[in-house]
Design a protein. Structure first.
Length: 167
């Protein structure tokens, strides 16, 4: 049986189509795998950022709870510009200079309290310092730090608190 020249060239053409089609499918599958991997990484980072933001807000609320329970006994005596660590124990919040574990060991949370300086003419906030100022106002900054994919990330929240209840 003899194969004509025309039939021989057609059979080789099918092989080229198969190789090209396989290459296209491989590239598409590889691209989809990369997109999936990128998506998982972005979702993981967003999850850490969200949990960090919640822990930072919880730190602010812990200091507010201490303020509400008594400014003179809980906020005024705290050391200024020192890293403090909030811990919930015995139904109340406490701030200590010893690092306290957070529920999720991937995170570290620290609170820094600074004195508030006021402008003498307008009584507006002029800045913060570590030595003193308005005895009834403090700036509270909460930093939450975590490791994500072998690199350090963090979130910070700051607010001002006053001796609202004069206690």
């Amino acid at each position: 049986m003899m194969i004509s020249k025309r039939q021989a060239s057609k059979s080789g053409f099918g092989l080229v189509e198969t190789v090209v089609g396989t290459a296209i499918v491989t590239v598409v599958l590889f691209a989809l795998a990369q997109v999936g991997q990128f998506t998982f990484r972005v979702v993981d980072e967003a999850n850490f950022k969200l949990r960090g933001a919640f822990l930072a807000e919880e730190g602010i609320e812990a200091v507010r709870a201490l303020r509400d329970a008594g400014w003179t006994g809980n906020i005024a005596p705290l050391p200024l510009c020192t890293n403090l660590y909030p811990a919930f124990s015995g139904g109340t919040w406490q701030l200590d200079v010893v690092p306290a574990p957070v529920e999720d060991p991937a995170f570290t949370r620290q609170v820094r309290i600074e004195a508030v300086s006021r402008d003498g003419a307008t009584d507006d906030i002029a800045g913060t310092n570590c030595t003193g100022g308005d005895p009834d106002a403090r700036r509270v900054t909460v930093d939450v730090i975590w490791m994500n994919r072998s690199r350090q990330a963090s979130t910070t929240i700051s607010t001002y608190l006053t001796n609202l209840f004069d206690n």
